[in-house]
Design a binder for this molecule. Structure first.
Ligand SMILES: *Cc1c(COP(=O)(O)O)cnc(C)c1O
Length: 397
């Protein structure tokens, strides 16, 4: 059997848990709950609808909210679009004149590109610069709020650095000024204990694929008591209480629900095991000369380790590590070698940002794999640094 490289890219996608696959399969064939959950006229439809509602409860339970507050979507990207664009459109339709948004420079592209789209619609957007560790300062947010700010969107955990921001404190500040607060929890749900019922967060993006559920399904939590006006982005059929048209994919939702249930039952042990392995990796790397650990040492999700290597040519980094499947920054930016905008926003130069690795661990990462990865990085980095310094001598720099 050929050995595949050690998979250390869980922050980009996770393998689906076999227990999740088992539940999904039950929703597909003639003897299962394959029917349209909106078919009101027969038992097939009723049973499919029951599966959808049971899984809405599982999703809601992980974040401590009511299932009535959960709208299913095709993933975190769509949920972010619905939260930002849907809110703006609904407010505009009501004649609400507010048109200022606050977010930060290290959000996922799906938030940043929605903000750019809203700028074209005439909104103003303030992009906060995070602290060096990637967290967002409440005082900085306070200073950025304006009388016509209607929305603040800040992720709970950053997908490149793993840093967790205190979204509840940020949301409380917004609530005191009548501003809606949205957070993307794609990297944190299940790993960071979150009770949104007792939080001022008004909308939260959830996804399945980062916690061992299938891709292509997610949800948006919308706090009922906050009376958030939202316009659907996809119309037709009136599904999801009119917020998201299209036949609800029972198998996807069953998979997401099971993944969320597993996180609720096992997330804590999973997080402890993953954090211990990450710590082992971190300790092994600490001895390398010129290594920089990015992100927060204390406030973080367990599985993400972002490191930069001084004196290494970033173009050489991943090609020199064939035994490791990791990312140089974020999946969306890694087809060309543009330096990660996240690492640049925390102050790295282009070359240091390029010479960076995001190593992300998950449910099936083993001790043996960490040892294997560690050995390869420990062997390769000093060589690359040596090559880098020879190159610099030749260039006369
Ligand atoms: C992965 C990710 C997304 C995109 O999720 P999809 O479900 O694939 O759309 C959005 N935000 C963050 C923070 C992510 O990590």
């Amino acid at each position: 059997m050929s050995t595949r490289p050690v998979y250390l890219d869980y922050a980009a996608a996770t393998p689906t848990d076999p227990r999740v696959i088992e539940e999904m399969v039950k929703c597909l064939s003639i003897d299962g709950t394959f029917a349209n959950p909106h078919a009101k006229d027969h038992v097939y439809g009723w049973q499919a609808a029951e599966v959808v509602e049971q899984n809405r409860e599982r999703v809601a339970a992980l974040i401590g909210v009511s299932p009535l507050e959960i709208t299913f979507t095709s993933g975190a990207t769509e949920s972010n679009n619905l939260a930002l664009l849907g809110l703006y459109q609904a407010l505009k339709a009501r004649g609400d004149p507010r048109c200022h948004i606050v977010t930060d420079r290290i959000e996922h592209k799906s938030v940043l590109e929605c903000c750019e789209a809203l700028e074209k619609e005439g909104c103003r957007v303030t992009y906060l610069t995070p602290r060096k560790d990637g967290s967002i300062d409440t005082q900085l947010l306070a200073e950025a709020l304006e009388p016509d700010t209607f929305l603040v969107s800040i992720a709970q955990a950053n997908s490149v650095l793993g840093t967790v921001s205190d979204v509840h404190a940020l949301a409380a500040l917004c609530k005191s000024k009548g501003i809606f607060f949205h957070t993307d929890t794609a990297q944190s749900a299940g790993y960071v204990q979150t009770d949104f019922e007792h939080s001022d967060v008004t909308m939260a993006t959830l996804t399945s694929e980062k916690i061992c559920g299938p891709k292509g399904v997610g949800a948006l939590y919308v706090k009922r008591s906050a009376a958030v006006p939202l316009a659907p982005l996809i119309s037709g059929g009136g599904q999801e209480r009119g917020l998201r048209g299209g036949t609800v994919p029972t198998h996807q939702i069953a998979g997401m629900g099971k993944a969320f249930e597993i996180m609720q039952q096992e997330g804590r042990q999973d997080a402890e095991r993953i954090a211990a392995l990450r710590l082992k990796l971190e300790q092994g790397l600490r001895e390398l000369p010129g290594i920089i650990f990015n992100g927060s040492a204390a406030s973080r999700v367990p599985g993400i380790l972002s490191v930069s290597f001084e004196g290494v040519d970033g173009h050489m980094l991943l090609p020199s590590l064939p035994g490791i499947a990791a990312s140089t920054g974020s999946a969306c930016a890694s087809d060309d070698l543009k330096p990660s905008y996240v690492l640049k926003a925390i102050g790295h130069s282009d070359s240091l940002a390029r010479a960076s690795l995001r190593l992300s661990l998950g449910r099936w990462t083993t001790q043996e794999e960490i040892e294997r990865a560690l050995l390869e990085i420990q062997t390769v980095i000093p060589r690359l640094q040596q090559a880098g310094s020879m190159w610099n001598v030749k260039q006369g720099t």
